[in-house]
Design a binder for this molecule. Structure first.
Ligand SMILES: Cc1cc2nc3c(=O)[nH]c(=O)nc-3n(C[C@H](O)[C@H](O)[C@H](O)COP(=O)(O)OP(=O)(O)OC[C@H]3O[C@@H](n4cnc5c(N)ncnc54)[C@H](O)[C@@H]3O)c2cc1C
Length: 231
């Protein structure tokens, strides 16, 4: 199957978003597809990208950090109307609306959470969602305007941004700094029971957050993880 690009743009100074025409595919928020390009590098000619779009939207969106790899350079050079071969959808990082959701995103690990949150809002689900989102700088917060506007319009959705490298930013930041930790998690949740925790990001971050949640008493069966291997 092929996806046709309708728009490609910088989401943040280091993240590119690619919008595709919506094809006739069924996918669930939180899943991913394999994107094949006409390029070969050490990892081959493909990468996995989660859907950043929700199945309720009339486009398909992926967002990715641009690195120096030939694959990413090729991706960044693509233009409107170009076609990309894809396979999928794959994955089991599903959203379970029956339980209050606590999402923890590290950097580009935000993509499946944009999908899940938008899905919950568009489907008028009354699932409470708290999204902890760690970024290096405020400039690197992807989907920033959207997330804030969804929060404003939906009492069930709260986003907690945490900035780890404020010294690298030119922006004034009055919010939280450092890494997502026990204090930040506890002070933004009334308690830790009866919730489903979702973690997504680069593997070291996912593992650190998984260990932290277990340490503060969250049961392993209440934690869902997606490792963005490759970072
Ligand atoms: C289920 C799943 C979902 C995912 N979803 C997403 C998503 O939504 N968004 C996303 O961004 N990623 C996602 N990923 C990760 C993605 O598939 C890639 O592995 C990741 O983007 C890194 O690819 P890369 O080409 O930048 O680096 P890789 O080729 O994987 O290399 C890793 C690092 O090595 C360095 N490097 C390697 N070769 C070179 C070179 N020739 N020149 C310079 N530097 C080099 C780069 O610094 C690079 O960051 C997902 C992964 C999984 C498993």
């Amino acid at each position: 199957m092929e996806f046709e690009i309708t728009q490609i743009y910088y989401e943040t100074p280091t993240i590119i978003s690619v919008k595709f025409k919506k094809e006739n595919i069924n996918y669930r928020a939180g899943t991913y597809m394999v994107y094949l390009l006409d390029v070969q590098d050490a990892k081959g000619n493909f990468r996995d990208f989660s859907f950043a779009s929700s199945p309720t939207e009339d486009f398909i969106l992926i967002s990715t950090r641009i690195t120096g790899t030939p694959y990413k350079q090729k991706l960044a050079s693509l233009k409107k109307d170009d076609k990309v071969s894809v396979k999928g959808p794959f994955g089991h990082f599903f959203f379970y609306p029956e339980k209050e959701a606590v999402m923890i995103a590290g950097g580009i690990g935000i993509t499946p959470f944009r999908s899940m949150t938008k899905y919950a809002i568009d489907s008028k689900l009354d699932t409470k969602i708290t999204l902890f989102y760690g970024s290096r700088t405020p400039e690197e917060i992807a989907f920033r305007k959207e997330l804030y506007s969804w929060q404003k319009a939906n009492p069930n959705f709260k986003v907690v941004n945490v900035i780890s490298s404020i010294k690298d930013s030119k922006e004034q930041w009055n919010g939280l700094t450092g890494f997502i930790d026990e204090k930040i998690i506890r002070s933004n949740l009334n308690h830790l029971n009866n919730k489903l925790f979702y973690i997504c990001g680069p593997p070291p971050m996912v593992d650190a957050m998984f260990d932290l949640l277990k340490l503060i008493g969250v049961k392993e069966e209440d934690i869902r993880v997606e490792h963005f291997t490759g970072y």
